[in-house]
Design a protein around this ligand. Structure first.
Ligand SMILES: *Cc1c(COP(=O)(O)O)cnc(C)c1O
Length: 468
């Protein structure tokens, strides 16, 4: 038995994997990884895979990065953890100072949690609580875009709209206002991204005009709806949204958990709209993809609405046990150092250009409806019928065929349904981008070759994290 097989069997005897129909593993081998280096992951049989999706969008400077490793090693000898209520430590103070300095003016306070979903919960609870503390307790509801994703905990699911993750749990969810997304894949022919996003704002304006008395906040994934299939829109929407939120006295929550830290081409997506949200939620690449941590940045105005004598019970009594973990803070500090020292945002421009040129030929593919890109995220949407943009039935799991082909060729490309995408670490080279484009092209050819062959027997409908 190979080492891979032996680890796989031990794993499947005791583990229950995330976002997985475990029965799939009767056919689909699990891949035990022994080590990582840069963009590469290596399994127990010595086969290497280029991590084109940054291990679920977290890894920006490669696996086992020597600079991040060293910082964590130094920190672990000093202090591994201390509770953050009543106590503080050097890495958390330094990281908070750095984040306040790095993010748009006005975001002056940082609250930590230990993953993205709980960061969203904090923003939602703080917004709701702010209005209560301000004598406007009727502002309780949230506005969200169709096809959005904000995490897996119950309130985070409530403000999401990817049916695969939320439909089953509907009876548990908060009642939110869902506004049609500015998603430019859906724009009429001949209309620009900017025009379409601007026109779609009318729906948001209408919801805010009608219901602002009852609305606490609007939450959006700025520029890219990741889990919803890497759907993209123009920054003008965020600008209009900021103006409207000010006019109607509604908070604006930016979920930059996936798009923060350079993914859209700027350090934060909100920079492209020239705005400051009331809440900025960060996670994923925050620690370079090393350790779980999220940061929720907010304004001094928000902070002051909670600042009072204890007996008034206005405080935000929310905590997660590992809040502000020093090792995670150390990884984040090392990550921010690399951004600054290596001038990463600038250097990424050439890589983004190469991602575009390496995939440009796919626009002509008979089963590709669109190749779209925002900065260091590029997505290729496969369709059954190109002219009408008819999607493949989800049961056919076309993306899974691309995933399987890529693994054979030594690449980790994990499509979202029929959307093949590259979200690579920033240490990728231009030659490696060309390799990914070649593998994706072969995979798409294989996946779309035969219109009727695909199996429809098992599996959930495709979406985030599902190699459908
Ligand atoms: C991944 C993600 C989340 C949830 O983060 P977790 O750490 O998985 O809980 C929330 N919002 C967006 C936009 C994400 O991509």
């Amino acid at each position: 038995m190979s080492l891979n097989d032996s680890w796989m069997q031990r794993d499947l005897a005791v583990l229950w994997h995330p976002c997985t129909q475990m029965k799939d593993h009767e056919q689909l081998p699990l891949i035990p990884i022994r080590r990582g280096e840069g963009v590469w992951l290596e399994d127990f049989d010595g086969k290497r895979y280029l991590d084109a999706v940054s291990s679920w969008w977290v890894n920006v400077f490669g696996h086992a990065n020597p600079r991040i490793n060293q910082r964590i090693k130094d920190q672990v000898d000093q202090l591994e953890h201390v509770m953050l209520a009543g106590f503080s430590h050097q890495p958390v103070v330094e990281l908070s100072e750095r984040l306040v300095a790095l993010t748009p003016a006005g975001l002056d306070r940082v609250f930590y949690t230990d993953n993205g979903s709980t960061g969203i919960e904090v923003a939602l609870k703080m917004s709701f609580h702010y209005w209560r503390n301000s004598g406007r307790g009727q502002k309780q509801r949230f506005v969200t875009l169709t096809n959005s994703y904000h995490g897996e905990t119950v309130a985070a699911m409530s403000v999401g709209d990817v049916a695969l993750f939320t439909d089953t749990y509907k009876p548990l969810l908060l009642d939110t206002f869902k506004v049609p997304s500015p998603d430019c894949y859906l724009r009429p022919e001949g209309v620009s991204w900017e025009e379409h996003s601007r026109q779609m704002f009318a729906h948001m304006e209408q919801t805010l005009a009608e219901h602002h008395q009852d609305i606490a906040a609007v939450i959006v994934e700025p520029l890219i709806q990741g889990a919803g299939g890497m759907r993209m829109y123009h920054p003008v929407y965020l600008k209009l949204l900021r103006e409207a939120c000010d006019r109607y006295e509604v908070h604006l929550i930016h979920d930059e958990i996936a798009v923060g830290f350079g993914r859209t081409g700027s350090m934060f997506a909100c920079e492209q709209a020239g705005i400051t949200p009331d809440f900025l939620c960060l996670s994923k690449a925050l620690t370079g993809g090393y350790l779980p941590m999220a940061a929720v940045l907010t304004t001094d105005q928000m902070y002051r609405a909670f600042y009072d004598d204890y007996s008034t019970l206005r405080a935000f009594l929310h905590s997660h046990t590992y809040t502000g973990n020093p090792l995670a803070c150390a990884a984040a500090l090392a990550t921010l150092d690399i951004f600054a020292e290596d001038n990463v945002i600038e250097a990424n421009r050439a890589l983004a250009t190469r991602m575009a040129s390496a995939t440009a030929h796919l626009v002509e593919h008979p089963h590709v409806a669109e190749v779209r890109q925002t900065g260091m995220a590029l997505a290729i949407e496969m369709v059954q019928d190109k002219a009408s943009r008819t999607a493949y039935p989800w049961q056919e799991r076309r993306g899974l065929k691309v995933y399987q082909h890529a693994l054979e060729r030594g690449a980790l490309l994990r499509p979202l349904g029929s959307v093949v995408y590259f979200l690579p670490p920033y240490c990728i080279t231009e030659e490696q981008i060309d390799f990914l484009a070649a593998v994706a092209t072969e995979g798409i050819d294989i996946a779309t070759r035969d219109a009727s062959r695909a199996s429809v027997a098992t599996g959930p409908y495709p979406g985030f994290r599902d190699p459908g």
